[in-house]
Ligand binder design. Structure first.
Ligand code: HEC
Ligand code: HEC
Length: 420
């Protein structure tokens, strides 16, 4: 089956529809992303003029208070739109609490940010510009004044909208550019569309583990209708659990979080200890404590370090974390269980994750794989005895204890003897 031909035909049909709508034709889609999904997500493809202006603004350091940081500083096109740092670094070298995710395929996300606090790309783009530790502009008005004073932008916006730019116009242009940044075309996509040689034997074993013993697909399912390898939901997988007393922190947060205040949550998430509460800051629901959005796994081999806080350096660390069932805490997702993966199986799973790299980043992939392999002897997350069910505070021997039951964790005081 020739998927290229199919998506090309799909794109042609779309183009016809789009032209009738008097908007631009959709950009060419990489292998693995369906025209149907694109059409659902972007009913009106952005025009080339919007995209060109948006790209310029994405790379524009003058959008920051001291002209030193642009969106691309933390979402570098050469690094698959991430930055390779554990946590993002903004103006005056200020370090935030969270890791910069890739912007590739962000157009397909149901919500933006690790905690989903922004609903659209437009809403999202307005926040980093104003965040004091990212781009640090004092107000939307200050951004507008600065942009209007730059003749090239003034002219471009005039031509595009027939008026001087507002803060919304700036955000729309950036979002238009982001809607053209897609990732697909990985070895895995060639495999899935019929080239059985596109994956090595090891990568194929990894794919089987991903869907089988590793249980990764329960949150990161990847297929034609879910090309991002994310369920787009929020889970506590026990990344932050070892650093914080969640219960204490949550009750403190409840006293300070104002409902529906996006900008306050943005600051708390990036600058304070409350960051670790994750989705809870947005919903204030107890069962969202420590929950973060399931990230896409496309290009994951080249967008480390990993997790919302960049606390894991390699994909081996990530798999070690899952293998022991995450870090036990009262809000741990029920889907987190010990896996009992052996060392060769861990290698297979990691090999598969690297096969999700888009062809454009093949050189970067090689470099990252070498760097991560070199760290394989340093495995801070590894706990083989726990992973294999030979040790644990539950006194169990099976690799998959039911961690869902809070009573088992002693959360509500000493565990009462079961009624006879
Ligand atoms: C100082 C570094 C930094 C700068 C500058 C920055 N970002 Fe980000 N970006 C981040 C971090 C860190 C996150 C995750 C924060 C969170 O989830 O709480 C993020 C999240 C995002 C997301 C959400 C992706 C997802 O998977 O949910 C998008 C989209 C994005 N940024 C686009 C932009 C745009 C557009 C700009 C410029 C207007 C920008 N960023 C400027 C660091 C940065
Ligand atoms: C219960 C749902 C769930 C399961 C099961 C799950 N994940 Fe995740 N995964 C997540 C969430 C949520 C995050 C982000 C957590 C955070 O940052 O606190 C994540 C993060 C990751 C990351 C880091 C990506 C990045 O860009 O930082 C990788 C890699 C990953 N998972 C791979 C896997 C693999 C491999 C498996 C199977 C062994 C797996 N996941 C099983 C939900 C899940």
């Amino acid at each position: 089956m020739n998927m290229k031909a199919i998506s090309f035909a799909g794109a042609l049909t779309l183009a016809t529809v789009a032209l009738a709508d008097n908007s631009a034709a959709p950009p060419p889609l990489p292998l693995g992303l369906s025209p149907q999904l694109y059409k659902l997500t972007v009913p009106q493809p952005p025009t080339p003029a919007q995209v060109t202006l948006g790209e310029k603004l994405f790379n524009e350091k003058r959008l920051s208070a001291d002209n030193s940081v642009s969106c691309a500083t933390c979402h570098d096109p050469a690094k698959a739109f991430a930055d390779g740092k554990p946590q993002a670094v903004g103006i005056k070298n200020q370090v935030g609490q969270r890791n910069s995710p890739t912007v590739l395929n962000a157009l397909f996300l149901a919500t933006q940010f690790w905690d989903g606090r922004a609903a659209t790309l437009e809403d999202q783009a307005k926040l980093p510009i104003l965040n004091p530790i990212e781009m640090g502009m004092p107000s939307p008005e200050a951004v507008v004044t600065k942009v209007r004073a730059i003749p090239e932008y003034r002219d471009a916006f005039q031509k595009l909208n027939g008026r001087e730019p507002s803060y919304d116009d700036i955000a729309s242009a950036i979002a238009a550019f982001e809607r053209t940044r897609m990732a697909g075309n990985a070895r895995f996509d060639r495999f899935l569309t019929g080239n059985s040689n596109a994956l090595s034997a090891q990568e194929k074993r990894g794919w089987a583990l991903f869907n089988g013993k590793g249980r990764c697909n329960s949150c990161h399912a990847g297929n034609a209708v879910s090309p991002l390898f994310s369920d787009q939901k929020f889970h506590n997988i026990g990344v932050a659990a070892h650093k914080q007393d969640f219960v204490q922190l949550a009750s403190e947060a409840l006293r300070v979080v104002r409902a529906g205040d996006e900008e306050q949550i943005d600051r708390l998430a990036l600058e304070s200890k409350f960051s670790e509460l994750g989705r809870f800051l947005v919903t204030r629901h107890e069962n969202d404590i420590g929950s973060f959005k399931t990230p896409t796994l496309r290009n994951v081999g080249v967008t480390g370090p990993y997790m919302h806080d960049g606390s894991m350096a390699t994909l081996w660390d990530v798999v070690d974390h899952y293998n022991k069932g995450g870090i036990t805490n009262p809000y741990l997702d029920g889907g987190m269980q010990r896996l009992g993966l052996t060392e060769p199986e861990i290698d297979d799973l990691v090999a598969f994750l690297f096969a999700l790299t888009s062809e454009d980043f093949a050189a970067l992939e090689k470099k990252e794989l070498t760097a991560q392999r070199a760290r394989k002897t340093k495995r801070p997350e590894r706990d083989t005895a726990v992973a294999l069910g030979k040790k644990g505070n539950l006194g169990d021997l099976a690799p998959n204890p039911d961690l869902k039951n809070p009573a088992d964790l002693g959360l509500y005081g000493p565990v009462a003897a079961p009624e006879k």
